[in-house]
Write a new protein. Structure first.
Length: 173
């Protein structure tokens, strides 16, 4: 993959309300202009989870342009051409995805759904923090890859390895 325009990255999840939204915001910040992140869902919730927004605001990440949307927006010829498409939830990984124009590199970066956690407000927010840390770690490794020195096959291998990083467990904050 050559060094040129920013790499376009699409994060997919079923509802596009938490994990994929977090990943979009993190990469747009961590990518420092080298990447332009987007997110979408197969069955979008129609709104961004308030805990995801609160966490992003806590870390001073931009939230103004974040919205829950269908992956159909990115499967049309007028859509930005994606270089990478990552599923971040196990449900979306098993679904039949649209054919993405440009044949982007794909990988599964599954993380637990913090929106499904039941319990106190603190327990729910701890789940969002865990998800944020997992995605942040993966994204930091991703943006550090020497893209200019890797061919497509090597990049595919690296993004698959990133997706296999262990998930956090427990009630860490």
């Amino acid at each position: 993959m050559s060094e040129r325009r920013p790499y376009n990255v699409l994060f997919l999840c079923t509802g596009n309300s938490a994990r994929s939204i977090l990943a979009e915001a993190i990469l747009n910040t961590e990518g420092k202009g080298k990447f332009h992140a987007y997110s979408a869902g197969s069955f979008p919730a129609g709104k961004v989870n308030p805990n995801a927004l609160a966490l992003l605001q806590h870390f001073n990440l931009p939230t103004a342009d974040l919205r829950s949307k269908s992956w159909d927006e990115f499967a049309v010829t007028e859509a930005p051409r994606m270089d990478f498409v990552f599923t971040v939830c196990d449900d979306a990984a098993g679904e039949v995805c649209p054919v993405w124009p440009g044949e982007p590199v794909t990988a599964h970066w599954g993380v637990a759904d913090p929106a499904r956690v039941q319990g106190t407000d603190d327990e729910k927010m701890n789940a969002f923090r865990r998800t944020f840390r997992e995605l942040s770690n993966r994204i930091r490794i991703f943006v550090a890859l020497p893209f200019e020195k890797l061919d497509r096959l090597a990049i595919k291998h690296e993004v698959d390895v990133i997706g296999q990083l262990p998930r956090e467990t427990g009630n860490q904050s």
